[in-house]
Design a protein around this ligand. Sequence first.
Ligand code: BEZ
Length: 390
Amino acid sequence: MKIRTLALAACAAAAMTAIALPAAAQGNGKIKVGLMLPYTGTFAALGTAIENGFRLYIAEQGGKLAGREIEFVKVDDESNPAKATDNVNKLVKRDNVDVLVGTVHSGVAMAMAKVAKDTGTLLIVPNAGADAVTGAMCSPNIFRSSFSNWQPGYAMGEVMAKKGHKTAVTITWKYAAGDESVGGFKDAFQKAGGKVVKELSLPFPNVEFQALLTEIAALKPDAVYTFFAGGGAVKFVKDYAAAGLKKSIPLYGAGFLTDGTLNAQGADADGLLTTLHYGDSLGTPRDNAFRLAYAKAYKLQPDVYAVQGYDAAQMLAAGLGAAKGNVSNKAAFTEGIRKARIDSPRGAFMLSKSHNPVQDIYLRQVGDKENKVIGVASKALADPARGCRM
Ligand code: BEZ
């Protein structure tokens, strides 16, 4: 009797394990990808471009990675950190996804990273630059296909100092991405002897810039450094020009200021200098092929967000390939991504020990509705990964 009860209990446990484990974790069936991205709000276009890039790479592999079909469960995170923990828990606990892919907004990404770290769920971040994700919160199961907020900011600090600017005002949204982008800028600009005379900010995603522009005009710095992206970047560039500042105080930024935004910004963006890990005129065979395929698939030109989505899928493929399609083999999956040389349209890159891309940061200038690459601002720049113990 006792033996029969034990046997029944063992059967029940085995059945429950089979139910609880996602199909792909058992080595068969589809891989369930939880896509958590903004599809509404100021970053909506960024979320769509990331998804497009991600899907393009999978389509190029015939719809399968490591022999497994990919199934998507999508959540619109609205770039809202207050809803982020609930949203990511739904994907992990209700939908049982095998891998999380997201997101754009740094505050939302930190909530995703916390849940990923606590539950051991694989996470690939295809945009959000929150320094902590590959810094203090770093973890063997968390990877980034994009950048840290520090990287483009640091590169621009060097560029502006080399141009001879001695004083700068910074202006951004008051949240992790803005603060950390400015932090990177200050690290390099101040090291080179520059002085930041005022740090201006407004809450995310506000776009009432007028009072701050008036303050910039009064402060008369040599130059302005800024982080804005998406719809906010469009409005900022237009307002800066309309206030008459473009002619008198040169505006520089992390490249998100002019990426995916040029059609809406028009001539107000012409001539702007920015730093980023991608540009529109790289002209390499790899990038040309990517741009052609993207334009054919979506009738749109790709931007940095599309590249980051494409590379997130390449990283997933590298992990799955090493784990022979079995996502529950996390050690093999992690090793696969760590050792991979990602053949990105931006130029090939590998991940640092903290799982952030080590990459060239380009200097770009806007002309003919393109972010034209005019040089490399920082070669093979690695994030300092402050606080990462791994
Ligand atoms: C961020 O929140 O990390 C972010 C958002 C848009 C563009 C770049 C970074």
